[in-house]
Write a protein that binds this ligand. Structure first.
Ligand SMILES: [Zn+2]
Length: 158
């Protein structure tokens, strides 16, 4: 179910999480998990503050949702994430049963070179992950945060 207003509202919440992570000195990514119109988890990148390279916004949001709502919390849920998930997080979303993924920004837009031929769609095709993908929600707002951060492999050009 596509609702542009809802997508913008929840992506704004994910963006708020990304700003918090940025201001704390972590990578500027944020995510929120929504099920049946309710927010069931918030997540931020915490890899610097936790000294844990796997502490991504997506793993963080899943863990917070599981802690409160149980292991099936994310089944059928929608994840709003400011950045396209990395391969590790794509696997976590599949295991958790997330059915819809809404993104602000893609790796290709940042011209990242550290992920080879990976894309979220390629992961889904390889692993049989059936997920609905929507993208470019508040992309310009999030790009502005990435520019403030200034540490992308290649700076965004638009
Ligand atoms: Zn990740």
């Amino acid at each position: 179910m596509t609702n542009p207003t809802e997508d913008t509202r929840w992506m704004r919440a994910a963006l708020d999480e990304a700003v918090e992570a940025f201001e704390r000195g972590d990578w500027p990514t944020g995510a929120v998990l929504v099920k049946d119109g309710q927010l069931i988890g918030r997540g931020q990148n915490r890899q610097n503050t936790r000294s844990d390279p796997t502490a991504h916004a997506e793993t963080d949001v899943l863990q917070t949702a599981f802690a409160v709502h149980g292991a099936d919390a994310a089944r059928g849920a929608t994840l709003y994430c400011t950045m396209e998930p990395c391969p590790m997080c794509a696997g976590a979303l599949k295991l958790a049963g997330v059915r819809t993924l809404v993104l602000a920004l893609r790796h290709a837009t940042l011209r990242r070179t550290d992920l080879g031929h990976y894309s979220f769609e390629a992961f889904c095709a390889m692993t049989g992950y059936d997920v609905e993908l929507r993208e470019n929600v508040l992309e310009a707002d999030y790009l502005a945060l990435r520019l403030r951060w200034g540490r992308d492999p290649v700076a965004p050009t638009r």
